[in-house]
Ligand binder design. Structure first.
Ligand code: URA
Length: 240
């Protein structure tokens, strides 16, 4: 069934201004719907089906957006904060209209894969504890990480508040005074990776999320950079 909306609302959702600004915009610019010049913003259109052109250029309507960001340290995983810079502050103004939020949280000093979207349903699916979506982190650890730690994580360790973690899998990349590891967890407790290492007497010196579900952080993205997910990546995330 066609989902129609007022034309001025569609244009507003696309970032062309507030409904009031669109009135002026439509006076100054030529807006066509299916080849017919339209002056009245209150006409109803189906933005998925109807061909809407502005000054002869077809607009591509969407109401949901998915960004992959390589979160840098020093910004918080929130949409807005009066004092501290947030991940959403790093995103270009053209995306503001979508009211993006981060899917889950990375600590202020954690880097790596963060999805920003306005799709509340997908966010819920990815975060719901019952779904057990795997998240893999790369970390540098102060201290020699051993197979015993891997065994402990596989069984579950007791965190400082008494919570026993679900089984997780540890891959030791380098075992030395400073070790390098990858850890995959299937839940998302507060500071979980740091607290898991504390539980085995070690300290996380550096933490970066490298994947979520089957979606991997694009190595081309520098810290603080982001891009839209490709259709294929979105499918990976949806189907996990
Ligand atoms: N675990 C942590 O300790 N911190 C994060 O940011 C993510 C997982």
């Amino acid at each position: 069934m066609a989902k129609t909306q007022r034309l001025d609302k569609v244009l507003s959702n696309m970032g062309y201004g507030t409904r009031r600004e669109i009135k002026l915009f439509m006076k100054k610019n030529s807006v066509d719907v299916n080849g017919v010049h339209v002056k009245d913003g209150s006409v109803h259109v189906d933005p998925q089906e109807d061909v809407i052109k502005i000054n002869g250029e077809k607009i591509h309507y969407r109401d949901v957006v998915y960004l992959m960001m390589n979160k840098p340290q020093g910004v918080i995983s929130a949409s807005f904060d009066p004092k501290v810079e947030t991940v959403v502050d790093l995103v270009d103004e053209t995306y503001r209209v979508f009211e993006l939020f981060p899917v889950g949280r990375l600590d202020k000093d954690t880097e790596g894969l963060l999805i920003l979207t306005n799709d509340g349903k997908l966010a819920h699916e990815l975060l719901a504890p019952k779904k057990h979506v795997p998240k893999t982190y790369y970390a540098r650890i102060e201290g020699r990480v051993t197979d015993d730690d891997g065994d402990a994580f596989q069984k579950g360790v007791t965190l400082d508040d008494g919570y026993v973690t679900q089984p997780s899998s540890l891959k030791i990349l380098k075992s030395d005074e400073v070790s390098e590891i990858e850890l995959t967890i299937y839940e998302g407790k507060f500071h979980q990776v740091k607290r898991m290492f504390e539980a085995v007497g070690k300290k996380v010196a550096y933490l970066k999320r490298i994947s979520m579900g089957n979606l991997k952080l694009d190595p081309q993205l520098g810290l603080g950079e982001y891009r839209e997910l490709t259709e294929g990546e979105l499918q990976i995330l949806v189907n996990r």
